[in-house]
Design a protein around this ligand. Structure first.
Ligand SMILES: O=C(O)CCC(=O)C(=O)O
Ligand SMILES: [Fe+2]
Length: 362
């Protein structure tokens, strides 16, 4: 580690706290009453939050607390196992990115840049004879499971519950944008919607831009439904100012991803966010609500103008996910570097959806 340059750039990581930023909380109960008026009210609330803050907390989501607690416990049970156990399900053994992601996998620049997290990744279960699984490197196919009794059932139930919540959210956001839900759901038959069970690793390293929980980024899918067990998350709001987004009991955080920004022609912004290195162990569980690999992401018909079409060139949802993952996961980067697979799409260093923060507020 001697050659790791540690810059003490603390002020770059400052963010507004809850005291001077209002965190938007949207109650989703109205989506479950089957009353059109209730749904429209929720949809308006979501739209306003998505346009002004770029992210929001949700309550009244209907996911039982016991299910959330059980899944957190399952994550802890897995991550507390010895490395030799976890490495049996190393994601590098798969070509559809399933299983354990040790912390040194995070980013092709390790150890110059350290993301102090490890994860267990699963996604939508597709059969082993699915053509995209057979083709390889398309984020599609069967999951792998650790050998822990009952674990698969617990985590799968959570996945299904959050996935269904995602469909409700998608429906409400479609209403808000004034487009038929079917225009969006037709792209969701075997989606690349991934659930990550993340553990941030206790350490006594400093807190800098390069030594971090997870570097700043936007998520690549429609939106993310995130449960966090401890503070550390910072989110850039629609004014491009970093604010702290601590956990609020009973809520999930939702942030808009690259696909919704594209669909809406930029009306919704893909939320930039990061987790600072608090040095403390921290668990979180994001579900990235995505589309089928081959779905082409481009502005929806309603939002197509010469400007939006030029700003958001069409790309397959799966290719976007893969081109970002190749830089994010070392085993994929190595596989590409060694010609194990050769993408037929460009792999840019930086996500085209990246936005820079304004100077920290005075
Ligand atoms: O752990 C968190 O709170 C956020 C994780 C995240 O941003 C991600 O995995 O993309
Ligand atoms: Fe993220």
């Amino acid at each position: 580690m001697a050659d790791v340059a540690i810059s003490d750039s603390d002020e770059e990581l400052t963010a507004r706290t809850v005291d001077d930023a209002t965190l938007p909380v949207v109650d989703l109960s109205g989506l479950f009453t089957d009353d059109a008026q209730d749904k429209a009210t929720v949809a308006r609330g979501l739209g306003e939050a998505a346009r002004t803050s770029g992210f929001f907390y949700i309550t009244g989501h209907g996911v039982p607390q016991e299910m959330i607690d059980a899944t957190f416990a399952a994550s802890k049970e897995f991550h507390e196992k010895p490395r030799s156990f976890k490495m049996k399900t190393w994601s590098g053994f798969t070509t559809n990115h399933r299983g354990y992601v040790p912390f040194e996998e995070n980013g092709s620049c390790f150890p110059k840049i350290i993301n102090f997290n490890e994860a267990w990744d699963m996604s939508y279960e597709a059969p082993a004879d699915h053509p995209d699984y057979l083709a390889g490197w398309r984020m599609t196919g069967p999951n792998v499971w650790p050998d822990i009794p009952g674990w698969r059932e617990t985590v799968s139930s959570y996945y299904d519950a959050i996935f269904n919540l995602g469909l409700r959210l998608l429906d409400a956001l479609a209403l808000e944008l004034g487009v038929p839900t079917e225009e969006l759901t037709r792209h969701i038959t075997c989606p690349t919607s991934q659930l990550r069970l993340l553990r941030y690793i206790e350490n006594d390293m400093p807190q800098t831009k390069d030594i971090t929980g997870i570097s700043e980024h936007s998520d690549f899918e429609c939106f993310t439904i995130l449960l966090q067990g401890a503070p550390g998350l910072q989110v850039m709001n629609a004014d491009d100012v970093w604010i702290e987004a601590p956990p609020i009991p009973g809520t999930f955080i939702v942030n808009i991803g690259d696909i919704f920004e594209t669909w809406s022609g930029g009306q919704f912004k893909s939320t930039q966010h990061r987790v600072i290195n608090t040095g403390k162990e921290r668990y979180s569980m994001p579900l990235f609500f995505g589309l089928d690999y081959h779905a082409v992401i481009e502005p929806l018909e309603k939002f197509r103008t010469p400007e939006t079409v030029a700003k958001y060139p069409p790309i397959k949802a799966g290719d976007h996910l893969m081109r970002m993952s190749i830089n994010a996961f070392r085993y994929m980067h190595d596989a590409q570097a060694h010609g194990v697979f050769t993408p037929d799409y460009d792999v840019p260093e930086e996500n085209p959806f990246k936005r820079d923060a304004k100077e920290p507020a005075e």
